[in-house]
Design a protein around this ligand. Sequence first.
Ligand SMILES: [Zn+2]
Length: 314
Amino acid sequence: MEKKTKNVRRGIALILIVSIFAVLIMISGIMGFFFTKENQKMQEEIVKMDEMIEDKRLQQKNKEAEIVELEEECQDYNDVFLQLERTKEAYFSSAAKLEKQIRNGENDAKIAYLTFDDGPYLLSESFLDILEDYDVPATFFCLMKCSETGYAEQNEAYDRTYKRIIEDGHTLGNHTASHKLGEEGIYQSLEVFMDDLLRNRKFIYDRYGYTTEVMRFPGGTGTAYRIPEVKEEVHQEGYTYVDWNSMTGDGKSVLSPEEYVSNVLNDTEGKDILVVLMHDYSRNTLIALPDIIEGLHTQGYIFLPLFHDSVMCH
Ligand SMILES: [Zn+2]
């Protein structure tokens, strides 16, 4: 009886052990399945991440290529400006040589520098049109005309004129910001004068990116020399200055266009280099300009824009 009971217990124990094994095998199977699936998911995630990284890398490469391209374009623009600067230098160096030959009697050529003072004016555009029609370069001694308090439309018109003077290849000269004469004016002291002159230089540079190198004293050197140190001081600031040896007379009185023409054309004797003073506010000068250009051309003058090292500049 005791033996039978023992056998039953053994049987139960065996069944229990087998059952436990079976359960363990099942659990490990389920776990295995689960982990394999998880692993697969992870692998897929890793592949996705790799693809994303590759994408980002490609994007970065494209951006880098774009930057290189932009840098090359910038270089091209810089090259154009450099080229322009060199062309301008070469042009003025040839003009300087020509002036010297003329002065030494080695060349029969004659030069006329047409200069227009006190602008820009709303009429300046019409002067620029005539100069463009005749393909004649000139020099505009401008003031600081655009201001915060000025009328927007007028400012826009002046802006266009300053820009066109530069783009059409004329010389833009500095004629001080205010041109204010009299006791309270620019010539009351060296400081006041230089401040006014440099204010205009800064205005033109900041607004149009153009460095003025030639200046004309309002009223000419005869007026400016009231301040003895002024010559030295404008040289210190990199300027040369120029007066005139010919004029229509439009700054003094209103005469007829014919008189303006005759004032210039009949006063060229012995002047192989001419600096003609005019004002681009004068309607009669505008009417006279084609005849002045044609007349000077007939007398053998060629037209140039003034430049820093011209023999006419001091
Ligand atoms: Zn003036």
